[in-house]
Ligand binder design. Sequence first.
Ligand code: FES
Length: 106
Amino acid sequence: MAWYKLVKDDVMKDGDLFKGTVNDVEILVIKDKGKYFATSSYCTHEEYDLSEAFLDDGDLICPNHFATFNPADGSVKSPPEGSGDISPLKSYETKVENGEVMVDVE
Ligand code: FES
């Protein structure tokens, strides 16, 4: 377990997405209803950059073909239009400490 600072707490509003990098791994930080979540930052369908995704009622939606993911655990809530199953996103633990959003990256 290793915690890394990715972004300051006071710069993210609900619904914001932030892409940061830890050890060459790009990680998407998501803020929804005051909680932070972190996932891998590329869609598992066709590698679309999820920093351009959006939240809809707490779901993370890839704008390319509308795959829907659960930000809390990266699971797939619905696959892309016209496609079969896809893999979940990788999910990371988060915490806020001293005004910094931190992500646990092994
Ligand atoms: S690339 Fe994300 S749904 Fe197709």
